[in-house]
Design a protein around this ligand. Structure first.
Ligand code: GLU
Length: 305
């Protein structure tokens, strides 16, 4: 039976306090489903246990509640799902799409090939056809790569419009499990969104280049493709791109100076959802939300004093 309602999610990495760019992605993800009476899920992406912590996750939830961005359910954090991810890795192995890769970091970095916007190299397939003897000669554990097809993955992004990538030319075979056993983001996000029945993935435009890899894995695992909406990056009034290092625009600093409705109003006005700045709650904003109103290019924050 066809699903009647949209299911969206916010999937932050709890490695620090949210800055306005993270809040913006959360707000648009929330508005997109709540303007259509959908379901909003929260998920902590804490695969990197060195950088993430339960304390950051707690503060993150608290900041979201304070902003009025409530969620209908929180799905289990990625750090607790490695057995589930193992099942999907096994599936790839059964399909004979997985192979061990012994390339070292420095070998990968010396690859003289174009690379994607997220800094990953187009993998030239160095380890794709190693013989058993060649594999046995390595004295280290391998990472596991999935073979990609020479095929275009295309979609119409809710915010950025048409986007396509040929996986073999633009990306190459990619790692799904690292040599230390940790599963990588591309695999975990596909499994989590697929199992939770997510119908739309809204996040920062810096992750748009990941969508074709996720679409390929969705196909292999039997999940439907969600709609994608990659929201523009925010730049500070002085032209800086926001990052976790900009403590002056993180939630800790903002909460000392602004009310939640003021923060939402600043974001809504800067991105084109509101013509004039006014304090507003996410709930009120959901009645005027349309994807078409949103700017596609970098958004310069307009912060009233
Ligand atoms: N965990 C990622 C981040 O915090 C977002 C991943 C996603 O939304 O797919 O940037």
């Amino acid at each position: 039976m066809e699903q009647q309602y949209p299911v969206g999610r916010f999937a932050p990495t709890p490695s620090g306090r949210m800055h306005l760019g993270n809040v913006f992605a959360a707000l648009i993800a929330w508005l997109s489903v709540k303007s259509r009476n959908g379901v909003f899920l929260l998920r902590m992406e804490d695969l990197d246990t060195q950088r993430t912590s339960e304390e950051f996750a707690r503060i993150l939830r608290e900041d979201l509640c304070w902003l009025g961005l409530d969620w209908d359910a929180e799905t289990p954090p990625q750090s607790r799902r490695s057995e589930v991810y193992d099942r999907y890795v096994r599936l790839l192995r059964e399909k004979e799409l997985l192979y061990p890769c012994y390339c070292t970091r420095s070998q990968l970095h010396s690859v003289n090939a174009p690379h994607l916007s997220d800094g990953t190299y187009v993998y030239p397939g160095t380890c794709r056809n190693l013989s058993e003897a060649e594999k046995a000669a390595f004295d280290r554990l391998p990472a596991w790569r999935v073979k990609v097809p020479d095929r275009n993955y295309a979609f119409t992004d809710l915010c950025q419009g048409a986007f396509a990538q040929n996986l073999s030319e633009d990306c190459g075979d990619f790692v799904v499990q690292r040599a230390d056993g940790v599963h990588v983001y591309q695999l975990a996000v596909t499994v989590d969104d697929g199992e939770a029945g997510v119908t739309e993935v809204v996040r920062g435009v810096d992750l748009m280049g990941s969508a074709p890899r996720q679409m390929y894995l969705q196909e292999l695992f039997g999940f439907s493709h969600p709609a994608y909406g990659h929201v523009p990056l925010l730049v500070a009034p002085d032209g800086r791109r926001l990052s976790k290092r900009d403590e002056d625009l993180d939630m800790g600093a903002l909460r000392l100076r602004k009310k939640p409705e003021e923060i939402v109003g600043i974001l809504a006005h800067s991105c084109g959802l509101l013509e004039k700045y006014e304090p507003i709650s996410p709930r009120e904003l959901s009645s005027v939300f349309f994807w078409k109103k949103l700017k596609m290019d970098n958004i310069e924050l307009q912060i009233p004093d």
